[in-house]
Design a protein around this ligand. Structure first.
Ligand SMILES: [Cu+2]
Length: 72
């Protein structure tokens, strides 16, 4: 596996443990994604992924579909 990228995204709509589970679950279903961590205080999600297996655009779309649009 190539060098994993670690990234932190702002997801302002996370507000409770249910959101944490939804976001984590959606990301964990994607290829190569690991170490998902949702921070309710800062409303961010950080994780590692392999850009050769899944693009960041795809991961942002997954979050969007789950109801948590990534803030730019
Ligand atoms: Cu919630």
């Amino acid at each position: 596996m190539a060098q994993p990228q670690t990234i932190t995204l702002a997801v302002p709509d996370v507000s409770c443990e249910h959101c944490v589970k939804t976001v984590s679950g959606a990301l964990n279903e994607q290829p190569s994604v690991q170490d998902v961590n949702v921070d309710l205080d800062t409303k961010t999600v950080s994780f590692a992924y392999d850009p050769q297996q899944v693009s960041l655009d795809t991961l942002e779309a997954v979050l969007d579909e789950a109801g948590y649009t990534v803030a730019k």
